[in-house]
Every structure is written in C-alpha cells, then in structure tokens.
Design a binder for this molecule. Sequence first.
Ligand SMILES: Cc1cc2nc3c(=O)[nH]c(=O)nc-3n(C[C@H](O)[C@H](O)[C@H](O)COP(=O)(O)OP(=O)(O)OC[C@H]3O[C@@H](n4cnc5c(N)ncnc54)[C@H](O)[C@@H]3O)c2cc1C
Length: 285
Amino acid sequence: MHSFDYLEPKTVADAVRFVSDYGSRCRVLAGGTDLLLQMEAGRHRPEAVVYVGRIPELTEIGFSESGGLRVGASVPLRKVENHPEVVARYPGLARGCREVGSVQIRNLGTLVGNICNASPSADTSPALLAYDASVEIVGPGGAGRTQPLDEFWVRPGKTSLQPGEFVTAVLLPTPAADTRTFYRKLAVRKAMDLAMVGIAVTLRPEGTGARDVRIALGAVAPVCLRAREAEAAVERDGAVAVDEASRLAEAACSPISDQRASAAYRREMVRVLTARALRQLLGVA
Ligand SMILES: Cc1cc2nc3c(=O)[nH]c(=O)nc-3n(C[C@H](O)[C@H](O)[C@H](O)COP(=O)(O)OP(=O)(O)OC[C@H]3O[C@@H](n4cnc5c(N)ncnc54)[C@H](O)[C@@H]3O)c2cc1C
C-alpha cells in the first residue's frame, strides 16, 4: 500500500480542520472494512487518512421520543443491531445491520461507513430509506447541514459529499407506533454474501388501506432508491393496488446482470417481494 499521513483527531473541530485542509486528497476512516481493502487494491490513494473513531461524541447512539434515533459516525453495526430501541422501533434496521458480513465485520464496520461507501447493495440502505433517514454533515469552517438519505447517493461509490465535508451521524425520526416493517435480503449464500435484491417496506395500516408507505429497493439500480409511484398507488387505493404497486416497483428498477443474478431475475424478484411485503403488512391473502 502507498504511504499516507494518518491523523487521529479527538474532537469534531479538529477533524473538520484536517478534512478541510486535505480536501479531496483525504479519506475518512471509520471501521476500515471497505476503505482499507479499496486502498490496498489501489482504488483510493489518499494523501491523508482521518480516523474518526477517537472522537467521543461520534461513538454515541441515542434515542428520544421527540428526536428519534441518532447514530454517530463511529458506532459499529453490532452496537446498532443490539440497541434495545433499534430492535423495538426500527426492526428493519436491526435486521439490515445483521445481514452485513459476519459478527467480526460488524464489530468493526459502522452504519455510517456502510452508507458512505455508497454501494447500491449495502444491506442497511433499504431500511434506512424506509425509515426516512437523513445524514448530518459538517464541512469547512464547521458549517453543518442535514441531507435526506435518498439525495445522498449519486452513483455507485459516489456520494454528494463535497471536498472537506464528512458525515457525523445518521438520523431517523421516531416511527409512528402503528408502523409495520418488512425487510428481506436475497443472496446466493445465506451469509457473507452481497444482496442480489434488498427490500424494505414500511407503512401504517388504515382500514383496508395504508398511509406513510415507503418501498425501498437495494441492488437493483446504481443507487438504493424508493419506488415512489408504487408507494402512491398503495396510499391511494390500498390493498387492491398490490399488483399494480408491484409492477410499478419493478418498473422503478434498472438492475444489471452480474455473477449473482441476471437483470431479469432481479426485476422479477422485486415484483414478487413487493407484493409479498404489501400483502403481509396489509394483512391480505
Ligand atoms: C468480508 C466482508 C464482508 C462484507 N459483507 C457485507 C455485506 O454482507 N453487506 C454489506 O452491506 N457490506 C458488507 N461489507 C462491507 C462493509 O463491511 C460495510 O460497508 C461497512 O459497514 C463499512 O463500514 P466501515 O466503518 O468499515 O467503513 P470504512 O471502510 O471505514 O469506510 C467506507 C467508506 O466510507 C467513507 N467514510 C467512512 N466514514 C465516513 C464519514 N463519517 N464521513 C464521510 N465518509 C466516510 C470512507 O472514506 C470509505 O470511502 C463486507 C466487507 C467485508 C470485508
């Protein structure tokens, strides 16, 4: 591996200074389960690596009824999946975290790293989109901004972060008490494999219909996305729109064929899983 400057700030302010000074010549390091392999392969050759795991406030995960869930940038996936409020209120996220690699990988790898790596098949992404997550970003001079997660990914491996910016946390609003969640990952192997298709659906049942419908799809387009037309069909027509919504979800995808699955199979599975999710959550046969 090439040589580089290695920096370990103890405060967000110092991290902001380092990341801003190096700009596009620097990479932020969290668990390193993606970054170090990419550097070894020569995909990234940063002049500086800024490790954010020694900044106390970024190691925190917390929930409040009014503020929702806040997961700091160096919180490992294992801590997220076992957090009692995540298990109780965001079961799709707990499940998505548990799908990542192995326990060893999840002890090191972080939720924010999974997001910032910008892989369309990242296992936590569908659930985060379905729970309306956003990212908290700081940049030069310490200026902060919050961005909805579905505007954060640009293409595989590329986020909207500008030189000098990094993510301090991922934020999830508190789901309504009647929210129901479906999460499924399809992969060739049962463990240690990337998704062929990932899907998370959340909704609030209302009679034979539903409101606040979210259908989020992973590994079937350059970025993880929401099938908004499918969501609208269910919000408008309820359970009778299940078949239509499944076809709309399929139409929202633009998958590739690779060693895991053909594009046609991925499309078909999006249709099948969307219908299954909606029937299960709406309680229809
Ligand atoms: C054996 C193995 C199996 C795996 N299996 C899976 C799997 O099944 N599913 C899956 O989704 N992933 C899998 N992964 C990928 C990886 O473990 C996850 O993506 C992990 O969550 C990355 O987190 P990290 O903390 O290690 O990120 P890092 O490697 O530290 O960083 C990842 C990227 O995000 C950037 N970054 C990190 N933190 C920030 C920040 N705060 N601000 C801005 N940029 C930042 C880094 O610069 C880098 O580009 C696997 C990896 C390995 C090695």
